[in-house]
Design a protein around this ligand. Structure first.
Ligand code: PLP
Length: 409
């Protein structure tokens, strides 16, 4: 079984404190100018990519889906280690271009690309993953206006669904991609226009911890794309199999077993892809899996109160920074993320406390009845697994508190 290191275990402990990037947390808090803040450990990101590369087939390309964590320093750090970047807005496109990544190694997916975004992407020379015939027409018009031939790939909504994803983004009726059965007509339309069609993209879902399901999705994706590509005049150069690799968030979650996934991808690349799509570069795109476990959200205890037998700890952060930890980012059942007292990391548990943020709403629950060492005002409460869909997926304006700092250490 190959699983990559996860959560608290990945971070060092120095002088009884959790350390991020080798810096003990209270010192890091002083360095960034106070709490709350997000800290991402660059060496954990580097190790994650390296250990993934070690098991995945050599010919497979790795793309980073920026929306998981668009902090420019994080994207820059990853740009040197992955083959390509996936963006889902013109804002993310600008961050990706700033890294120096070659435009033909940047792909732009997502429904509802605005005409302004399309023009920017065509001018930049990145690959547009088309999600509708309207987009195809707009992209071709932008190409004409700019005297450029836009590079496109077709994002396909597959004719199968992937079970076990935290968020399903393919199969059945979807706003994502073009239904597989509508793709032939779309390909005809593309052929009528001055567009450089390079291949296909399927992204079936996010946060999946079951390797057998991911393997099945990859097999069916390859089958589907071979079928769709057969109607094209020329060979395809690009085959994006999506990703969806999950990370464990709670003690109920088993880390993803990479071994069967790596074996499955190798047999696809050496088998059907080599036979039917010999010119295609095969890509998987991962967001959460590359960065999620490298980050912590650090808050400081503002208050301790007891209410009818329950001990509450009130911190200076909340769901406005880290919505996912409150269980309100698409989770069906709320479960605690891993939590620790960063400046007392080696102390044994001494009490059970409920950790709440400072927002005046009962939704702002960060840790429900967590075993903690005895805490005091000023102690640092750390929420792990905060490197993906943390700040970027949180309603920062809610209640009007200041935004937190982010730091890559
Ligand atoms: C969100 C998204 C990803 C990244 O998903 P993760 O679960 O973070 O790996 C990849 N591709 C597309 C098209 C996406 O929309």
């Amino acid at each position: 079984m190959i699983t990559l290191r996860s959560g608290p275990a990945g971070f060092a402990v120095i002088d009884g404190e959790l350390a991020v990037g080798g810096i003990p947390l209270s010192r890091l808090a002083a360095r960034v100018g106070g709490t709350p803040f997000f800290a991402y450990d660059r060496s954990l990101i580097t190790e994650r990519v390296a250990s993934l590369r070690q098991v995945l087939p050599a010919g497979l390309e790795l793309s980073y889906a920026i929306k998981a964590n668009p902090m420019p320093a994080v994207v820059q750090h990853l740009a040197d280690q992955v083959n390509s970047l996936d963006v889902a807005s013109a804002g993310e496109l600008a961050v990706a271009l700033d890294t120096g990544m070659r435009p033909d190694r940047i792909s732009f997916a997502g429904p509802g690309k605005g005409p302004d975004e399309i023009e920017r992407a065509v001018a930049a020379g990145v690959t547009l993953e088309v999600e509708s015939v309207t987009e195809v027409n707009r992209i071709a018009a932008a190409g004409l206006a700019l005297s450029l031939q836009p590079r496109v790939a077709v994002r396909v909504n597959p004719d199968f669904a992937v079970r076990g994803s935290g968020m399903r983004m393919g199969g059945g009726p979807q706003q994502f991609g073009v239904d597989a059965e509508q793709v032939p007509a779309l390909l005809d339309r593309i052929a009528d226009l001055d567009l450089d069609l390079i291949g296909f993209h399927v992204f079936a879902g996010s946060q999946n911890l079951r390797s057998e399901i991911l393997c099945e999705a990859q097999r069916r994706t390859v089958e589907l794309i071979i079928k769709l590509a057969a109607s094209l005049a020329g060979p395809i150069g690009y085959l994006n199999l999506g990703g969806g690799f999950g990370i464990p968030y709670t003690d109920k979650d088993e880390p993803l077993d990479l071994e069967p996934i790596a074996a499955n991808l190798a047999s696809l690349i050496d088998g059907p892809i080599a036979t039917h799509l010999p010119h295609a570069r095969t890509v998987i795109e991962l967001g959460r899996y590359l960065v999620g476990e490298s980050g912590v959200y650090v808050t400081r205890i503002l208050d301790r109160k007891e209410s009818r037998g329950r001990q509450f700890v009130v911190v200076d952060g909340g769901l406005h920074h880290q919505l996912a930890a409150s269980g309100n980012f698409g989770q069906v059942i709320r479960r605690n993320y891993p939590i620790a007292v960063g400046n007392l990391i080696t102390e044994p548990p001494d009490e059970v406390a409920t950790i709440v943020g400072r927002l005046c709403t009962p939704l702002d629950l960060l840790g429900d009845q967590v075993a903690l060492p005895r805490t005091d005002l000023g102690d640092l409460i750390v929420i792990f697994q905060a490197g993906a869909y943390g700040l970027t997926a949180s309603p920062t304006a809610f209640l009007g508190h200041p935004a937190p700092t982010e730091v890559l250490v």
